[in-house]
Design a protein around this ligand. Structure first.
Ligand code: AMP
Length: 306
């Protein structure tokens, strides 16, 4: 099966308690693509960049078999830029700058070869663009996964509601789930979000793991206790990319399959946070990934008799 992902390809400038970067490679679609590549998934990206975007970044993606035919370059435009600063707990951050630039009037093009992809991941970006990609698919994808953030809840609520209504799985963090549902309890929040459309709701809780809700059932996983957490940027996108890739390769979208998919997504994200930007996820090996997935098993398996 094929995975098509839409999202930002960006420049990020990041500040954490451990250091600071100038403009480096970032963007939701970038992290999704790299997570998919680490699992050898047939993945294509739809995005937009400016003439200031280095060719070497595109070459790096292509060398990993990430199809970038759908990444449009606007020669006289500037690439989307985001800057953020993390608090000492690394679980919360302030956005310092969001410059939409070429994203402001982006009309996405879905290449012919991707328009029948079975899995569509609507990565974090303007809901209008997410909707437009969905409408441009030649065949209705078997699974539509949506990732979004508070920024779009603040400025594009009505369009976000439209795209949520067409989604099978939504992944958001706890704070955003509360904002979206206006409920404090995450169990109540998930129920309200189900009513908006998605049959599967994934709530990410940073270093406290993630919850999967479906049809009255809940599956919970921890986050791996890591020695090195350096920069959480992209963890959510890597998670979504790993989750979607596992399902794309498996071709089975059941609740049971999604349980494994969120473990795979979390294992992937645990690498992203170990270094600044995309550095770690660009170099992760299959062996390292398998070892982390096993760690999840050890961390959560126990005998139930008393
Ligand atoms: P995450 O840490 O997974 O939430 O995602 C971080 C990535 O999201 C960064 O690489 C940013 O370039 C990108 N990003 C930040 N704000 C936005 C936004 N409003 N829309 C789309 N992508 C964004």
């Amino acid at each position: 099966m094929k995975l098509l992902a839409v999202g930002t390809v960006a420049f990020d400038a990041i500040e954490t308690p451990f250091g600071k970067t100038d403009k480096i490679l970032g963007g939701a679609a970038t992290y999704i693509g790299l997570a998919a590549a680490a699992l050898d998934t047939d993945v294509s990206l739809v995005s937009v960049i400016g003439g200031d975007f280095p060719q070497e970044y595109l070459d790096m993606m292509t060398s990993k078999n990430i199809n970038v035919d759908g990444v449009e370059m606007v020669k006289d435009g500037k690439t989307f830029f985001w800057s953020g600063k993390y608090h000492n707990d690394l679980n919360t951050r302030d956005t310092l700058v969001t410059e939409l630039n070429v994203l402001a009037d982006f009309d996405p093009k879905v290449p012919e070869h991707s328009s029948e992809a079975e899995v569509l991941l609507l990565g974090n970006l303007d809901p209008v663009v997410q909707l437009s990609v969905l409408e441009k698919m030649k065949t209705q994808p078997k699974l539509v996964i949506l990732d979004t953030m508070n920024f779009w809840m603040d400025i594009a609520w009505d369009n976000l509601m439209k795209v949520i209504a067409k989604t099978d799985v939504i992944t958001i963090n706890d704070e955003e789930a509360r904002q979206l549902s206006r409920e404090y309890s995450l169990v109540k929040a998930a129920k309200k979000i189900h009513e908006l459309g998605p049959k599967y709701v994934i709530i990410k809780k940073g270093e406290h793991g993630a919850l999967l809700f479906h049809d009255g059932k809940i599956f919970a996983i921890p986050a791996l206790p890591l020695e090195e957490v350096f920069d959480p940027t992209g963890a959510g996108d890597t998670f979504a990319g790993g989750f979607a890739s596992y399902l794309t390769k498996k071709g089975d979208f059941s609740f049971e399959s999604m349980k494994t998919a969120i473990i795979v997504g979390s294992a992937m994200a645990s690498f992203t946070v170990e270094k600044f930007g995309t550095e770690r996820i660009e170099n992760v090996t299959k062996e390292e990934l398998s070892a982390r997935i096993n760690q999840f098993k050890e961390l959560t398996t126990f005998e139930s008799a008393i």
